[in-house]
Design a protein. Structure first.
Length: 168
């Protein structure tokens, strides 16, 4: 039976640097990556990113916008991984000691200089994209249509475009 995995990550930007964690398990063991993981069935993906950052680093963060999506597929199924730009609200990064053994902020120059065996390509690209302020899809809260409110991520200004058309 084929299945789809869905996950999210947070590229936490603070003072021109991006937060990375060093993994302790699996293929990513010993590599730096942005914090993230699988979604629970009772949360939106932006909530997944917030929870994963908190679990792995102890930081309380908020979503700023969306900077990337990775998708893949093979004979067993596929996966979607959504990457949000976030900002810290409370706390200092500290590794959880289980999934990650280090948590630290890196500048764009430090990220770009890391060797392939030190960092995942996805995390490198996502972090560098997150450092370019204003390049992501912004949060748009939408009123319920099918009974449940939802959250969308659109190009900046998309939420204003609908209002100007309604006013005409």
């Amino acid at each position: 039976m084929k299945r789809w995995d869905i996950g999210a990550a947070g590229a936490v930007v603070h003072q021109g640097r991006v937060l990375f964690v060093r993994r302790t398990y699996g293929e990513g063991r010993g590599r730096w990556s942005i914090p993230g993981g699988y979604a629970d069935h009772d949360e939106r993906l932006d909530e997944t990113a917030t929870r994963e950052v908190s679990e792995e680093t102890g930081l309380e963060c908020e979503v700023v916008d969306l900077v990337g999506i990775r998708t893949r597929y093979n004979q067993q199924g596929g996966a979607v991984y959504v990457i949000f730009r976030m900002r810290p609200v409370r706390g200092e990064p500290a590794p959880d000691g289980v999934e990650v053994d280090r948590a630290a902020y890196f500048t764009g120059e430090e990220i770009a200089a890391m060797e392939e065996h030190e960092i995942s390509a996805l995390s490198r690209n996502a972090a560098l994209a997150a450092l370019h302020d204003g390049s992501g899809l912004t949060v748009v809260d939408c009123p319920p249509w099918s009974g449940q409110a939802y959250r969308a991520f659109m190009l900046r200004g998309a939420d204003d475009a609908g209002r100007s058309e309604e006013a005409s």
